[in-house]
Design a protein around this ligand. Structure first.
Ligand SMILES: CC(C)(COP(=O)(O)OP(=O)(O)OC[C@H]1O[C@@H](n2cnc3c(N)ncnc32)[C@H](O)[C@@H]1OP(=O)(O)O)[C@@H](O)C(=O)NCCC(=O)NCCS
Length: 171
């Protein structure tokens, strides 16, 4: 099956909503609001259309990822959230392809780093490391290992400070 990663389009939005809702219904950690979060993010100044991607096979949406603008201290960066793959297509590397494609595009757009709140076993494969080791402070309580950063070019460019998310996150 040929899988293509491309920018999301308006005609995908309803399918993405359903996919994200279903994927997080079965997830280890979820607040049950991720499908609404993506819709709030699209309406926010922190939305990055070029980094809101779908994995598709023909007309079928198999996975979705979003990166949105954040600041770390006074410096701009991005946050990966959310990431979801259709439950019946998980563990086929679709998540990996979405993360990798997003990183490559973000790197070319000039972003220095991406932060994520997620399972370290999953995200460490992509090079994510504990954010606290870089002096990055989350605006919420989180187990230290689960808040991570990835330097898109190199780790020297990772800024330090408090992270500020889009108001879409309701933090
Ligand atoms: C997390 C998620 C996006 C992964 O997508 P995927 O396409 O299944 O991931 P991949 O096939 O690229 O997986 C690669 C690796 O992650 C591991 N993995 C995938 N899903 C996992 C899960 N739910 N728990 C633990 N490990 C998992 C696989 O074992 C695989 O490791 P391996 O290559 O060493 O075998 C998908 O499981 C999902 O949508 N989950 C529900 C939503 C969610 O939790 N999103 C993440 C929020 S931070």
């Amino acid at each position: 099956m040929e899988i293509l990663i491309r920018q999301e389009r308006q005609e995908d939005f309803q399918l993405i909503r359903e996919l994200v809702r279903k994927a997080f219904a079965l997830a280890e950690h979820s607040d049950g609001d991720e499908h609404n979060l993506i819709e709030r993010l699209r309406l926010s100044p922190e939305y990055i259309p070029e980094l809101s991607l779908v994995a598709v096979s023909g007309d079928i949406v198999l996975g979705h990822i979003m990166f949105s603008k954040i600041s770390i201290g006074q410096t701009g960066a991005i946050a990966l959230a959310p990431l979801a793959v259709r439950p019946d297509f998980q563990r086929k590397c679709i998540g990996t392809s979405l993360v990798t494609a997003g990183h490559e595009l973000a790197r070319r757009m000039g972003y220095s780093c991406s932060v994520v709140l997620g399972n370290p076993l999953y995200y460490s494969k992509f090079g994510y490391e504990k954010a606290s080791a870089y002096g990055i402070i989350a605006p919420f309580e989180v187990p230290d290992d689960y808040y991570m950063v990835y330097g898109l070019d190199n780790t020297d460019d990772i800024p330090q400070g408090n992270v500020k998310y889009s108001d879409a996150f309701g933090i």
